[in-house]
Design a protein around this ligand. Structure first.
Ligand code: ARG
Length: 278
C-alpha cells in the first residue's frame, strides 16, 4: 500500500514539474507559430527575418488577437507533434489538410490551394506524368515506366507521403522477405532546396513539390523546369493546424481569417508574393 502511495506521489510530482515547465515557457501575450522557413513564397528567411505569405497572414492574425507573434523554425515533420504537445500554439507552413493529419490536429478554414508538381532537369527523358507512371484505363497509376527512377521529395510532406504510398502500394520497391525496403525509389531531403540541388547534380530524376515553391526554385536555378500542362500530381488545401483540445484558439483563428479575407488583407498579401500577372 505504502509503495503504491509513494508511487502515485512520485508520478504526481513529475506531472506537476512537467506542467510548470510547459507553462513557464509560454507567454500569455505571445502566439508561437511553428513553421519550416525553407518554402518560398510561403515562408523563408531573409537574413534574420522571416518573410512570406504565411508569416504575414500569421502576423495579421496575431495583431487581431492582440498578441505578439513568435516564430519557431523547425523541421517540417516535427510541426504537428510540437503543436500536439503544446510546444507551439499553431503550425503554419503551407501545410496540406489530410485525413491522416486530422487524426492528430485540427485545421482552420483553408486560405490557399497547393498543387504537387514535378520538376525535372532540362533535356530530361521525363516529359510528362506518363513518362514516370504507367496508368490503367481508369487513369490510376499502376506502375513505374522506369523501375530504376529516383524521385526527390522534402521529407514528411505530401509529396513524400503520396509518392511513397503509391510506390509501396504497387510493390515497386525492392523489398526483402520481412518487408524491409532495400532500394527506395523515393529519396527524402530535409528541405525542398536540398531536393532541387540533388536534381541538379543528377542524384534524382525528378522532384515532387508544391507549385509555388517549385516556381521559386526554378527561378533561382538554371537548367531545371516544371512539367507544364496536365501533369499535376495532386491538388490540395493549405490550412493552419491547432491542437485538438485548443478549440478556443481554432475559433479565434477562423474568425480572424474570415475577417482578413473579407477586408481584402489576405488577398493583398497573396498578390504581393504571387502577382496574378505571373
Ligand atoms: N504542402 C505540403 C505538405 O503539407 C508541403 C509543405 C511544406 N512546407 C514547408 N514549410 N516546408 O505536406
Amino acid at each position: 500500500m505504502k509503495k503504491i502511495i509513494s508511487l502515485i506521489l512520485a508520478v504526481l510530482m513529475i506531472c506537476a514539474t512537467l506542467m510548470a515547465f510547459a507553462s513557464c515557457g509560454k507567454k500569455e501575450d505571445t502566439l508561437v507559430m511553428a513553421t519550416n522557413a525553407a518554402f518560398p513564397p510561403y515562408e523563408y528567411k531573409e537574413g534574420d527575418s522571416f518573410k512570406g505569405i504565411d508569416v504575414e497572414i500569421a502576423q495579421a492574425i496575431a495583431e487581431k488577437l492582440g498578441k505578439k507573434l513568435e516564430i519557431a523554425d523547425v523541421e517540417f515533420g516535427s510541426i504537428i507533434g510540437g503543436v500536439q504537445e503544446g510546444k507551439y500554439d499553431f503550425g503554419m507552413a503551407g501545410m496540406t489538410v489530410t485525413e491522416k493529419r486530422l487524426e492528430s490536429v485540427n485545421f482552420s478554414t483553408t486560405y490557399a490551394t497547393g498543387i504537387q508538381v514535378i520538376i525535372v532537369a532540362d533535356g530530361s527523358a521525363i516529359e510528362s506524368l506518363d513518362s514516370i507512371f504507367v496508368f490503367d484505363e481508369n487513369g490510376d497509376p499502376t506502375g513505374l515506366q522506369n523501375p530504376e527512377i529516383k524521385v526527390g521529395v522534402q521529407q514528411d510532406t505530401t509529396g513524400d507521403i503520396y509518392c511513397s504510398d503509391d510506390i509501396t502500394n504497387w510493390g515497386l520497391n525492392d523489398v526483402e522477405e520481412d518487408g524491409t525496403i532495400t532500394t527506395d525509389r523515393v529519396v527524402r531531403y530535409k528541405t525542398g532546396a536540398e531536393a532541387v540541388a540533388a536534381l541538379k547534380s543528377g542524384k534524382v530524376d525528378c522532384v515532387i513539390i508544391d507549385n509555388e515553391p517549385a516556381k521559386s526554385f526554378v527561378a533561382a536555378n538554371e537548367g531545371i523546369h516544371i512539367l507544364e500542362g496536365d501533369n499535376e500530381y495532386a491538388i490540395e488545401d493549405y490550412a493552419i493546424c491547432v491542437a485538438k483540445e485548443n478549440t478556443a484558439l481554432l475559433e479565434q483563428i477562423n474568425k480572424a481569417l474570415a475577417e482578413l479575407t473579407e477586408d481584402g488583407t489576405i488577398g493583398k498579401i497573396i498578390e504581393k508574393y504571387i502577382p496574378t500577372s505571373n
